[in-house]
Ligand binder design. Structure first.
Ligand code: IPM
Ligand code: MG
Length: 380
C-alpha cells in the first residue's frame, strides 16, 4: 500500500533538503546591506493589493505626497506604481507573484504594499510569502507600543524559513496522512538573531526574549535557541532570555509583567501569531505596521490582511489606515530619512494618543479612512 507514493514523497523530501541546503549556503556566504545614505535616488514601489488595500493605499499616497513633497519634486524619491499584484491577476497568471510584477518590484529599492488575499487550500502560495522569499526579506520587524502602560515592544520575526518556506510543498497519502516540513538553518537564524540584538544594542534595550517551543520542536526550535544564544554572546550587556511561545502569549495579556519585555526574536509562525495578539493589545491589527527587511530590498505593509468581509459588507471606506501609515514611518526610517519618520510619528501620536479628535473603528460608527487621513495631514 502506498509504496509508489512513499517513494515519490521520499524523492521530494530529498530535493527539498538539497534546495534548502543550497539556500543556507548562499546565506552563509553573506551579503552587504544597501546603504541609503549613499543613494542619490530612491525608488519606492507602491501597490494597493486586494480588498481594503487600495483604499488604504490611496490615503498613504496622499500622505507621502505631502510629507515628501520636496523629495518627490527634486527626484530624490520616486513613487512607482506597481501593477498586477491583485488576486484576479495572480489567479489568471497562476503565479503568487506574476513574473512581470516581480521584475517591476525588483526595479525599486523598497515596496509599500497593501494587503493581498491568500486563497485557502489549493496550491496558490501567498503573495507575501513569495515576496519575502524572492526578495529575501528575512527580518519581519513589528513594533507595538502602548505608552500609557509602558509597553514598548518590538518583534523580530524570522521571515524566510520555519513553517512557511515549504508550507505549500508538503506531502500527503490521500485518506491517510499529511506532512508539512519546517526548516531552520544556521545562517538563517544567525541573521535574524543578529538583527534583533543589533536593534537592542543601538536602541538602549537591555533584554531580548528568544521565543520558541524548543521543548517540543527539538531540532528546529532547538537550533533556533542555540544559535540565538551564540549571537547573544557578542552582546554581553544584553540579557538573552528563553521563553516558550505558549506562556509568552499568556504573558502578553498579563498586565503585571508584560511591560518588562522589550525585544522578541522568534521563528516565523510563532512570530505571525503573537504579533497579531500584540497588535490587538495596542488597539487592533488596524493600528500596526510591519517591515520586511532584507539586505537588498525591503517591503513595508500593514500587519493585517485584505479584510474581504469589510468589502462584502460595504464598509471598506471605514478601514483604519494607521497600519499603513506606520508602515510608511518604518519605511522612512529604513531609507535613512529619520526626521521625516519622526515628523510622521509625532503627527500620528497626536492624532491617535493625545487628541483623538477623529477615531476610526472599522465600523460605520467610526470615522472614514479619508477623514482620518485628513486629520493626520493637518498635523504633519
Ligand atoms: C502576516 C500575514 C501573512 C503571514 C499572510 C498574509 C501570509 O498574516 O504578514 O502576518 O502569515 O505571514
Ligand atoms: Mg499574520
Amino acid at each position: 500500500m502506498f509504496e509508489k507514493e512513499i517513494e515519490l514523497a521520499t524523492a521530494q523530501f530529498r530535493a527539498l533538503m538539497e534546495e534548502q541546503l543550497a539556500r543556507q549556503n548562499r546565506m552563509e556566504a553573506g551579503a552587504v546591506a544597501k546603504d541609503y545614505t549613499k543613494k542619490d535616488k530612491i525608488i519606492v514601489g507602491v501597490c494597493g493589493g486586494d480588498g481594503i488595500g487600495p483604499i488604504l493605499m490611496r490615503e498613504a499616497k496622499r500622505l507621502m505626497e505631502a510629507l515628501l513633497a520636496d523629495e518627490l519634486q527634486s527626484g530624490r524619491i520616486e513613487l512607482r506604481e506597481i501593477e498586477g499584484l491583485t488576486i484576479e491577476n495572480r489567479l489568471a497568471c497562476g503565479q503568487a507573484v506574476p513574473t512581470e510584477t516581480l521584475n517591476a518590484i525588483k526595479s525599486c529599492d523598497v515596496l509599500l504594499k497593501g494587503p493581498t488575499t491568500t486563497p485557502k487550500g489549493g496550491t496558490m502560495e501567498s503573495a507575501n510569502v513569495a515576496l519575502r522569499r524572492e526578495l529575501d526579506l528575512y527580518a519581519n520587524v513589528r513594533p507595538v507600543s502602548v505608552p500609557e502602560e509602558g509597553i514598548d515592544w518590538i518583534f523580530y520575526r524570522e521571515n524566510t524559513e520555519g513553517e512557511y518556506v515549504l508550507g505549500s510543498r508538503g506531502v500527503e497519502l490521500p485518506g491517510k496522512l499529511a506532512m508539512d516540513f519546517k526548516v531552520t538553518t544556521d545562517a538563517g537564524t544567525r541573521r535574524i538573531a543578529r538583527a534583533a540584538f543589533e536593534y537592542a544594542k543601538n536602541n538602549g534595550k537591555t533584554n531580548v526574549a528568544i521565543v520558541t517551543k524548543a521543548n517540543i520542536m527539538k531540532k528546529t526550535d532547538g537550533k533556533f535557541t542555540a544559535i540565538c544564544h551564540e549571537v547573544a554572546a557578542d552582546y554581553p550587556e544584553i540579557e538573552a532570555e528563553d521563553w516558550y511561545i505558549d506562556i509568552m502569549t499568556a504573558n502578553l495579556v498579563n498586565e503585571s509583567i508584560r511591560s518588562r519585555f522589550q525585544v522578541f526574536v522568534l521563528p516565523n509562525l510563532y512570530g505571525d501569531i503573537i504579533t497579531d495578539e500584540a497588535a490587538q493589545i495596542q488597539g487592533g491589527v488596524g493600528t500596526a505596521g510591519s517591515a520586511n527587511i532584507g539586505d537588498e530590498y525591503a517591503m513595508f505593509e500593514a500587519i493585517h490582511g485584505s479584510a474581504p468581509r469589510m468589502i462584502e459588507e460595504g464598509i471598506g471606506e471605514y478601514a483604519n489606515p494607521s497600519s499603513l501609515f506606520k508602515a510608511v514611518e518604518m519605511m522612512l526610517r529604513h531609507i535613512a530619512m529619520p526626521q521625516k519618520a519622526d515628523q510622521l510619528a509625532r503627527a500620528m501620536a497626536k492624532c491617535t494618543e493625545i487628541e483623538k479628535k477623529v477615531v476610526v473603528t472599522g465600523t460605520r460608527e467610526g470615522a472614514t479612512c479619508r477623514k482620518f487621513a485628513d486629520y493626520v495631514l493637518e498635523n504633519i
